[in-house]
Design a protein around this ligand. Structure first.
Ligand code: FES
Length: 108
């Protein structure tokens, strides 16, 4: 694994997130309080696109069935909201982030 350039700092405003494709992976990069974080973008339940979910504080809600993940750690906060079914799903993979000038680099 090595650090690779994924995008520019200016592309992700504070309190927002964006999806990037790198090394065959979908990575979700978020700017929380001026710090950048990277986790896997596909929901561990059924591959929902987290980048089109809702970001509140550091918690993203999957647009498909409502699972919640902390974008700063990748940890699952709560599983899918499917009536009568209680599912335990996995955390999201987290990636190291480094800034180099105006660029965001992620270790993938
Ligand atoms: S795909 Fe994300 S909660 Fe089901």
């Amino acid at each position: 694994m090595e650090f690779m350039k994924v995008g520019k700092v200016s592309e992700i405003k504070e309190g927002s997130m964006k999806k990037y494709y790198i090394n065959g992976k979908e990575i979700l990069i978020s700017n929380i309080g001026g710090k950048y974080y990277a986790i896997n973008n596909k929901c561990t339940h059924r591959n929902g696109d987290l980048s089109s979910g809702k970001l509140e504080g550091s918690v993203v809600t999957c647009p498909k069935h409502g699972s919640k993940f902390d974008v700063t750690t990748g940890k699952l906060i709560s599983g899918p909201k499917i009536p009568l079914i209680k599912l335990k799903i996995n955390d999201e993979e987290k990636y190291e982030v480094r800034l180099e000038g105006e660029y965001i680099l992620v270790k993938v």
